[in-house]
Design a protein around this ligand. Structure first.
Ligand SMILES: [Ca+2]
Ligand SMILES: [Ca+2]
Ligand SMILES: [Ca+2]
Ligand SMILES: [Ca+2]
Length: 462
């Protein structure tokens, strides 16, 4: 009897356990309503959840509605029992409230699970539309929606620099793997992101269109100089409708300072986008913003022992790069502006002008254009001692390729000697002994007598 009792309690435990399992399963696998053929009657599908459906007829349409609580990137997946067929069985489209397609895919008979590319969402309603590609009444499907956790979403409101969405500090090992998703929700929406770069160096920024979000957006790297509230643009890119990716030129910036990436609609289009940064630590870069003498990047002199070459680039057509350098009278100097050592295949042009510090708006001391060569090279020698501002701008053809700039210290110059220094250097003993011989040969008394008589003659005449 005791044995029977323990078997019974084990059975009971098993039944309870099974009950729990089946309850949990039922909660997960929500089933569609049969009346979900329109946007208005769509079944709710929560982010992180799933729902199971099937088609009643060959022209059946199933709509599911996703209501988002924050902006970000989502993916939609569809799973079904597989068969051998490579024919499409399910057409899946993700739509926004205006029925613009944000993502789409077809699941074949042999596909166990297909996931959409990530698509950007703002706060609002989105729809998943599933239609039969090949009608099979017996084949049910499960559709699910998930957050793309590899991405950090913008946090609205972020329409000015004071409310910018903070981006993680950009460090040496960041090669563009961190993704930040935003959504231009209206033509007037502005999205600011703020960041610091840990070390001095260059960054590139990228703008991605979400799959099927064929908008045109503009991303600008901006900062503020001095006490001015005027925004200074350091770099700018625009992604065209249907283009997957736009990449900026290399922008040299100083570590530890705050910069902003500002994203706007370029042509009034709205939709999701993604930004990424690619970091490059480099001790000697230009430091944008350096478009005016007061913001010039300091250029130290290179010697035999120290290489103070800096790397810059003209990041947009209006970019101006000022470098301030000081030379002393003890050495000869040569200013070199070359194409960057990792030369790309494109030709580069830069216009270089050198101004004396006390004549910044006047004529340049030296001016030249490095033209049309991946080995573009300019060299200015025989610069007099002083403080100079070197101004680099785009050549005739704008090119974002990087350049190197370096003030090289050359030969030591012997300073001109003073009169006293020269007197000291005369070999007086040799000179006097030479004169002694000469005095002996001259009739000094005769010379003096002649002068005396000339003077008397003059006095007598008076
Ligand atoms: Ca936004
Ligand atoms: Ca915004
Ligand atoms: Ca620059
Ligand atoms: Ca500049």
């Amino acid at each position: 009897m005791k044995k029977v009792k323990s078997v019974l309690s084990l059975l009971l435990a098993l039944i309870i356990a099974m009950g729990c399992v089946s309850t949990a399963f039922a909660a997960d696998a929500a089933t569609e309503d049969s009346d979900n053929n329109t946007l208005l009657t769509a079944d709710a599908l929560v982010v992180g959840g799933s729902i199971t459906g099937a088609f009643d007829t060959a022209d059946d349409v199933d709509y599911f509605k996703i209501t988002t609580k924050k902006a970000g990137l989502l993916t939609v997946s569809l799973q079904h029992t597989t068969n051998e067929s490579t024919l499409g069985y399910f057409n899946v489209e993700v739509l926004d409230a205006e029925e613009k397609v944000l993502a789409s895919f077809v699941s074949k008979g042999s596909d166990a699970k297909v996931t959409s590319t990530a698509f950007g969402v703002a706060i609002g309603d989105y729809y998943v539309k599933v239609t039969p590609a090949t009608f099979d009444r017996a084949l049910s499907y499960t559709v699910s929606v998930a957050e793309d956790t590899t991405t950090v979403a913008e946090k609205e409101p972020n329409d000015d620099s004071a409310t910018a969405t903070a981006v993680d500090e950009i460090k040496g090992d960041d090669t563009g793997t961190k993704r930040y998703a935003g959504f231009i929700s209206s033509a007037a929406d502005v999205d600011y992101y703020s960041f610091t770069k840990k070390a001095d160096g260059s960054i590139y920024f990228y703008l991605f269109n979400n799959a099927n979000s064929a908008g045109s957006y503009k991303a600008e790297l901006v900062t503020y100089f001095s006490t001015s509230t005027e925004e200074k643009v350091l770099g700018s890119i625009t992604i065209a409708p249907g283009e997957t990716r736009a990449m900026s030129a290399s922008v040299g910036i100083e570590g530890g300072k705050t910069y902003f990436l500002k994203v706007t609609s370029a042509d009034g289009s709205t939709g999701g986008y993604e930004i990424r940064f690619w970091n490059y630590d480099h001790k000697n870069t230009e430091f944008e913003y350096n478009n005016e003498p007061a913001a010039a990047t300091k250029l130290s002199v290179s010697t035999d022992k120290v290489d103070n070459t800096r790397v810059g680039s003209i990041t947009h057509t209006a970019d101006v790069d000022y470098f301030k350098v000081e030379t002393t009278k003890d050495y000869a100097y040569t200013l070199k502006v070359n194409a960057y050592v990792n030369k790309m295949e494109t030709a580069a042009q830069w216009k270089v002008a050198v101004y004396a510090a006390d004549n910044l708006t006047g004529d340049a001391v030296l001016e030249a254009m490095a033209t049309d060569s991946k080995a573009a090279e300019l060299s200015f020698s025989n610069l007099e001692a002083g403080i100079y501002y070197v101004k680099v701008t785009a050549g005739t053809d704008f090119n974002t390729e990087r350049y190197e700039i370096e003030m090289v210290q050359g030969e030591k110059i012997e300073a001109p000697k003073s009169f006293l220094e020269r007197l000291k250097e005369i070999k007086w003993a040799t000179l006097l002994s030479t004169f002694a011989g000469w005095f002996n040969q001259v009739d000094i008394a005769g010379v003096v007598k002649a002068i005396y008589q000339s003077i008397r003659g003059l006095l007598g005449a008076i």
